[in-house]
Design a protein around this ligand. Structure first.
Ligand code: GMT
Length: 381
């Protein structure tokens, strides 16, 4: 099949998932065309992968260059020039409305194709709900030929927040267990934790919803009980505040802000505990990648997190903002070698249920079904 994938090309989970999906599909023999404004960070070369950059020309009149118009036009050109069968857009804003626009244009040529929208999180829960966007988001989701959500919680949230009159299918996020696996990185561990301190890790885009200050506060309590180090991976608007907090708590020596990292499997291989205290998380792909490397998770019970983090088995769930509980749970896991080992094994075995080999075929089935249904619906000429 020839598949177009539209996503944000950055380190965000929706772009990561879309890129991993495209790469997995290309390995299975599909021809995959990425349409994005930059090369996606996780994209590796494969003979079946094509990349089409969305260029947004500027003009002195444009205070806000019309990205959505450029994206829709690029979609039209790529679909026509490459004879695509289906378009799969990740993150509704503005990808679903651009796809709708492209499909309408293509209808005039008789070469229109169906589009599938995958909802990822804040396109529904934060940004999408805003009344500046919601009429367009509602319309373009309803106009999609199929809709998927990355967790049951996100599906429920979507129905709660928007008048959606179509079925939303849950296809959970997945992980490549061959790449995300524990490997021996002891030399690396020695550099960061020379005295065999416990290593805690947080990964995010450091936005408000991630509550990065809570990570530092939880770590302060763990650190008071046992020799430990915290690695803060990623970057974003809340980073300066988090750095200030670790200075004011006087624990900077044991916290490293490493910025955006590509070799997450290596970092996760030396990690003992993953901390994700988000206000909301539709799924928590970063936590799943940690679990695949055998790392237990301390998280909140918000959104879809209980769907991946099994309380008392793969880690623990706490109420949003309950620093005391998260710290107590972290100390409980890290306090005994045997207990830590048990949690690590459970995290790894639960991650296996989200292996890409189980999930990618669900997307393939959906593509086949949507393309067949779309063809059937076409008026015969
Ligand atoms: O919604 C966002 O904040 C952006 C999005 C992204 O591009 O990073 O993250 C969401 O999608 C990920 C992949 O499906 C999920 O793992 C994240 O939980 C989700 N983030 C939120 O719901 C806050």
């Amino acid at each position: 099949m020839k598949i177009g994938i539209v996503c944000y090309p950055t380190f965000g989970g929706s772009g990561v998932l879309a890129t991993e999906l495209g790469m997995a599909l290309s390995e299975k023999g599909h021809e995959v065309h990425f349409i994005t404004y930059q090369q996606p960070v996780r994209l590796h070369f494969h003979p079946n992968i094509y990349y089409h950059e969305v260029a947004v020309p500027t003009y002195p009149l444009f205070d806000f260059p019309p990205y959505e118009t450029a994206l829709a036009s690029t979609m039209v050109n790529v679909i026509l020039n490459n004879n695509l069968d289906v378009l799969h857009v990740h993150y509704a804003i503005p990808h679903a409305s651009a796809a709708y626009f492209a499909r309408q244009i293509l209808k005039k040529t008789g070469r229109d194709i169906p589009f599938i929208t995958t909802l990822h999180g804040t396109d529904i829960t934060l940004v999408g709900k805003d009344h500046t966007y919601s009429p367009v988001v509602t319309f373009s989701i309803n106009e999609s030929d199929a809709i998927t959500a990355v967790s049951q919680n996100l599906k429920d949230e979507t129905y709660r927040s928007f008048p959606i009159d179509k079925e939303i299918q849950v296809i959970t996020n997945f992980v490549d267990m061959k790449r995300f696996r524990h490997s021996d990185k002891n030399h690396f561990k020695k550099m960061l934790a020379p005295n065999d301190e416990r290593i805690l890790v947080h990964v995010s885009n450091f936005r408000k919803v991630k509550r990065v200050g809570d990570v530092i506060k939880v770590f302060e309590k763990v650190h008071a009980q046992m020799p430990s180090k915290l690695l803060m991976i990623g970057d974003g608007p809340e980073r300066p505040g988090a750095e200030e907090l670790c200075r004011s708590l006087n624990i900077c020596n044991d916290i490293r802000f490493l910025g955006k990292q590509e070799q997450m499997d290596e970092i996760l291989s030396i990690t003992d505990l993953f901390v994700l205290p988000s206000e909301y998380e539709s799924f928590g792909l970063s936590a799943l990648e940690a679990m695949a490397c055998g790392v237990p998770v301390i998280s909140t019970n918000a959104g879809g997190l209980p769907e991946i983090n099994e309380h008392g088995k793969t880690g623990f769930l706490s109420n949003v903002g309950d620093i005391e509980d998260m710290a107590r749970n972290a100390i409980d896991i890290l306090g005994s070698e045997e207990r830590l080992r048990g949690f690590k094994q459970a995290a790894l075995s639960h991650a296996r249920t989200f292996d890409k080999n189980h999930i990618v075929p669900l997307y393939e089935e959906l593509y086949t079904e949507v393309v067949a249904r779309y063809k059937e619906q076409q008026p015969s000429v």
